[in-house]
Design a protein around this ligand. Structure first.
Ligand code: ADP
Ligand code: ZN
Length: 723
C-alpha cells in the first residue's frame, strides 16, 4: 500500500486533501508538491494529518498520486505553526496564508538560469511612438519580456519586435548566485553609554536564541537603528538569519544604504517591485539559509527562513503593518508570533510605541529598552502650536504668517524646511460654483481628488480617474469649478508664490513611486538641491537630513476627523514622527503645528513634550471603553455589487448573532464607506472582552450561515480601519 499525504492545496475554497505518494517519491511535512485537482495541477504543501483534519476521507485505492516535489527545502516547523496560527487567529483559509509563503513561483521551478532582456543602445530605423516609449522607460533596466512590457506600459509584442530589430537583446543570467555576506566588523560605530547598554541587552537576547519580545523605545534620532544593528551583527556572527520589517517599501532604499555603511554590503530586499528572477533568487537563498539578512515590507514575514535568529520590526507603531485586504493580519503581531515559534528575539523599534505595545510592556510580557535622548549634539526640536483662529493664513492661503516668517528665516540661513500635509493631490473636493455639483467617484462613497499636475480627478480608494473637465457636467457652466481645501500640490503652489526663488519638491506616493525615485529624492536633499519639501506621511519616517531644521504641519487636526478609536494616538505619532525630521544634525530644529484646537490634549502633549500624561489619559479612556488592548473588536463587512443582496445577508448575520456573555454586536449598518470599488458595504462590529475567544464564536456563527457568491463576507480581527 502506498503512503498517503495530506496536502494543503493553493485553493482557498478547499480544505486539505489526501493524495497518494507514488513509488520513488519522498515527502515530509512541509514539502512543496504539485497535486492534481480535476484537470488542473496545483501547488500545495504537505501537512501533518493530525494538525489539519480533513472531512473528506477517501479510500486508498481512490487517491490520486502527487505529480512532483519542488526542489527546495520543506517549509519548516515554525513557519507551518505560524501559518496555522495566522489562519486561525485572523479567520482566514489556511491556503490563503500558505500562498503568502509560496510567494515566488519561479523559485519552485528547476532551472538555474533564465534569459533576461535589456536595451542594446541601438535605435531601430522604424521608431514607432510605442517603441520610443518602451526604450525610454526601460532605460538601463533588465528583466523578462513580460516585466519590461509592464515597465514600458506596452504589449509583449512591442518588446519582442524590439528584440527582432536588435534594439533589445537577451542575456543568460545565473539566477541562483549567492548573496554577499554582511560583515559584522565592517564599520562598527562607537556607541554612547545609553546605546551601549541597550545594544548589550539586545545582543544577549540574540545569543540566548530564545523567544524574547522587546520594545526598543527611543526618541527620533536616538540611534535605534544603530543599536539594533548590533543585534543584527550578533546574529550574523552566529550564521543565523535576520528579518527587518519596514512599514513601507519607500523606506527600503535609505535602509539599504545605511546597512551597507555598517555591514559592507546590501541585505536582501523583499518587496513587490522585484523582478521574477530576483524574487526567485531571494526566495531560494532565504529558504536555504544562505541569505542572512532580509529587509522587506510585511510580506517578508511569511518567507521560509531556515534558521531565523532575530526579527526587527522598525517603526513598529505604524498602522501600515496592518494588511487591509486578503488575509487581514497585523504584521507586528504576526512577527511576535513567528519569534515565538522559531524561537528567536523580536525587537519592536519605535519612538512612539502603540498603546497595545506599551500595555504588553506594562504587563511584563515584553521587555523594554530605552534610549532617552538624541544621539550626539542633536537636541529635540522645539514645538509650537499656531492657533488658526487667532493667526489665520491670508484668504485663500493655508500657511499662517508665523510659519511663513519661519520659512523665510530658514531659507536665509540656507537650511531646509518641510511642510507636512497628509493629503495627496491638489484639492480633496471639486465643486461647481454655480450649481453646487460635487465630483464623486462612481464606484465609491468618496470625492474625486484633483491632481493638477496630471490634469486629472482621481479616486484614492479605487483608482478611478477622469480628465478634469472644463465645464460642469450638471449645469454646463464653463470655468465654474472650484477646488476646495488643500492637498500637497496646492501647498506647493502657495510656496512657489511666496518663495519664487526657492527650490521645492513634492513628496507623495505619486512622485516617489519606486525605490529609485526615493533614492533620487534623498540625493537631491543631501546635495542641498531642495529648499522646501512638501510631503505626505511618506516623508515623515526614516529620513535623516541634518540640514532640515524647520517642520510645519499644515493641518494637525486632519487625522482627528472621523474619530476612530486610535485617532488621537495616531495624530500624536504622526506629528512626533514628522517633528523628528527637524534638527537631527548639529543645528537645532523647530516645529510649528497649525491647529484649530490648540487646547486639545494631543496638541498640548506635542507642545509640552509630555507624552507620558497623554498616553496615560488615552490608555485610561480605552480601559473605560473596554477598547483594545483591554477589550477586542472584530469587524464583519458584508459587500456585494447588489445593494439588496448585501443588506439581506448583513441583516441575516445580525439576526443570527449569538448571545454570548461579554460580547456585544453593533449593526449591521451601512459602512462609512458605503460603497467601495462598486460594492455596497454593510458593517457589523463585534465588541468582546479580552479573554473571550471571539474567533471561535464568529467561526461557529458564520459557519452556520450561507450566502450566494454575489456576496462577500470579510472578517477583520483587531481592525484598524473603521471605514
Ligand atoms: P533613530 O532610528 O532612533 O531615529 P538613527 O539610528 O537613525 O536614530 O540615528 C540618528 C542619526 O544619528 C543617524 O544619522 C545615525 O547614523 C547617527 N548615530 C546614532 N548613533 C550613532 C553612533 N553611536 N555613532 C555615530 N552616529 C550615530
Ligand atoms: Zn472610487
Amino acid at each position: 500500500m502506498s503512503p498517503r499525504a495530506r496536502v494543503l492545496v493553493l485553493n482557498s475554497a478547499l480544505g486539505p486533501l489526501d493524495y497518494r505518494v507514488p513509488h520513488g517519491m519522498t515527502v515530509e511535512p512541509g514539502s512543496i508538491v504539485v497535486a492534481p485537482l480535476g484537470p488542473r495541477q496545483l501547488l500545495g504543501v504537505v501537512w501533518e494529518p493530525e494538525r489539519m483534519p480533513s472531512d473528506a476521507e477517501v479510500g486508498d485505492n481512490r487517491l490520486r498520486p502527487l505529480l512532483g516535489v519542488a526542489d527546495v527545502p520543506p517549509l519548516g516547523d515554525a513557519l507551518r505553526r505560524l501559518i496555522e496560527w495566522t489562519a486561525d487567529y485572523y479567520l482566514a483559509p489556511p491556503a490563503a496564508v500558505v500562498r503568502m509563503a509560496l510567494s515566488s513561483n519561479a523559485a519552485l521551478e528547476g532551472a538555474r538560469t533564465a534569459t533576461e532582456y535589456r536595451a542594446t543602445g541601438h535605435v531601430p530605423d522604424r521608431l514607432t511612438p510605442q517603441r520610443a516609449q518602451a526604450l525610454e522607460r526601460i532605460g538601463d533596466r533588465q528583466g523578462l519580456i513580460r516585466e519590461l512590457a509592464t515597465i514600458a506600459d506596452v504589449s509583449d509584442a512591442v518588446i519582442r519586435g524590439l528584440v527582432k530589430v536588435g534594439a533589445i537583446e537577451g542575456v543568460e543570467v545565473d539566477i541562483d548566485s549567492p548573496f554577499p555576506l554582511p560583515d559584522p566588523l565592517h564599520h562598527v560605530p562607537a556607541l554612547s553609554g545609553d546605546q551601549r547598554a541597550a545594544a548589550d541587552r539586545l545582543v544577549a537576547d540574540v545569543a540566548a536564541q530564545a523567544f524574547a519580545p522587546v520594545l526598543l523605545d527611543g526618541v527620533t534620532g536616538s540611534g535605534k537603528t544603530e543599536v539594533y544593528f548590533e543585534a543584527v551583527a550578533e546574529a550574523v556572527r552566529e550564521g543565523r538569519q535576520v528579518l527587518v520589517l519596514l512599514p513601507e517599501i519607500a523606506l527600503t532604499e535609505p535602509f539599504l544604504k545605511r546597512f551597507h555603511d555598517r555591514f559592507g554590503c546590501e541585505p536582501v530586499a523583499w518587496h513587490s517591485g522585484l523582478r521574477s528572477t530576483q524574487r526567485r533568487r531571494a526566495w531560494r537563498a532565504i529558504a536555504s539559509g544562505q541569505a542572512l539578512v532580509t529587509v522587506g515590507a510585511r510580506s517578508a514575514l511569511f518567507l521560509p527562513y531556515r534558521n531565523l535568529g532575530l526579527i526587527v520590526v522598525d517603526e513598529a507603531h505604524e498602522t501600515s503593518f496592518k494588511q487591509e485586504d486578503g488575509v487581514h493580519y497585523h504584521a507586528r503581531d504576526v512577527a511576535v508570533m513567528r519569534g515565538k515559534f522559531e524561537p528567536c528575539p523580536v525587537i519592536l523599534a519605535s519612538a512612539t510605541p502603540a498603546i497595545e505595545t506599551r500595555q504588553q510592556v506594562a504587563q511584563g510580557r515584553y521587555a523594554e529598552v530605552k534610549l532617552p535622548g538624541r544621539f550626539g549634539a542633536a537636541e529635540m526640536p522645539a514645538i509650537a502650536a499656531i492657533d488658526l483662529i487667532h493667526e489665520p493664513p491670508e484668504r485663500g492661503r493655508w500657511i499662517s504668517p508665523r510659519l511663513v516668517q519661519a520659512m523665510t528665516e530658514t531659507l536665509e540661513k540656507r537650511e531646509q524646511s518641510l511642510l507636512f500635509l497628509n493629503r495627496r493631490g491638489y484639492a480633496p473636493l471639486t465643486l461647481c460654483r454655480t450649481c453646487g455639483h460635487r465630483f464623486q467617484c462612481p464606484n465609491c462613497t468618496a470625492w474625486m481628488v484633483e491632481h493638477r499636475l496630471v490634469r486629472r480627478l482621481a479616486c484614492h480608494h479605487c483608482g478611478h480617474v477622469m480628465p478634469t473637465p472644463r465645464a460642469c457636467p450638471e449645469c454646463q457652466g464653463e470655468d465654474t469649478l472650484v477646488a476646495c481645501g488643500p492637498g500637497v500640490e496646492r501647498i506647493a503652489d502657495e510656496v512657489a508664490a511666496l518663495f519664487p526663488e526657492a527650490k521645492t519638491a513634492v513628496v507623495t506616493s505619486d512622485t516617489i513611486w519606486s525605490p529609485a525615485k526615493a533614492a533620487e529624492f534623498v540625493g537631491r536633499m543631501e546635495a542641498g538641491d531642495i529648499d522646501i519639501v512638501v510631503g505626505t506621511q511618506l516623508v515623515t519616517k526614516g529620513y535623516h537630513f541634518p540640514n532640515l531644521t524647520l517642520v510645519g504641519v499644515i493641518d494637525a487636526d486632519l487625522g482627528l476627523e472621523g474619530g476612530d478609536l486610535r485617532a488621537a494616538e495616531r495624530t500624536f505619532q504622526q506629528i512626533c514622527q514628522v517633528s523628528g525630521r527637524a534638527g537631527r544634525g548639529e543645528k537645532p530644529g523647530q516645529v510649528f503645528i497649525q491647529t484649530h484646537s490648540p487646547k486639545a490634549g494631543v496638541m498640548q502633549a506635542l507642545v509640552t513634550g509630555d507624552a507620558e500624561s497623554f498616553y496615560a489619559a488615552e490608555t485610561e479612556a480605552r480601559r473605560d471603553a473596554g477598547a483594545p488592548p483591554f477589550g477586542r473588536y472584530a469587524a464583519i463587512v458584508v459587500s456585494s455589487e447588489e445593494q439588496a443582496a448585501a443588506q439581506e445577508i448583513a441583516s441575516l448575520i445580525g439576526r443570527r448573532a449569538p448571545e454570548v456573555e461579554g460580547m456585544h454586536v453593533y449593526g449591521p449598518a451601512p459602512a462609512p464607506l458605503a460603497m467601495l470599488r462598486g460594492r455596497h458595504r454593510y458593517r457589523l462590529l463585534v465588541h468582546a472582552r479580552r479573554a473571550l475567544d471571539v474567533q471561535a464564536v464568529i467561526r461557529e456563527w458564520l459557519g452556520a450561515l450561507e450566502w450566494s457568491p454575489k456576496v462577500r463576507v470579510a472578517v477583520d480581527v483587531d481592525p484598524y480601519s473603521f471605514l
